[in-house]
Write a protein that binds this ligand. Sequence first.
Ligand code: SF4
Length: 75
Amino acid sequence: MLFTTDKQVIVPQCEGCSHVQVVGDQSFCDAYANPSAKWMLGACPLGTHVQRQNIDASKKVNPLKASKKASKGKG
Ligand code: SF4
């Protein structure tokens, strides 16, 4: 079942996350009730073991500012 109020066991992608809580012989997530739903559309947003790519802000160029800068000859 996709949406439910009962806690679901973790999925294999959750292995290594610090949100995993082991209760008896089962593992649950302390952040989400349904971990599999968090992995349906990509990586879990709260996964502590997920490697995220940093977007380098210095490489973003506002085209309007770049145009003004180029027109002033500061290129
Ligand atoms: S936070 Fe995300 S990756 Fe971590 S256990 Fe919960 S569902 Fe899995």
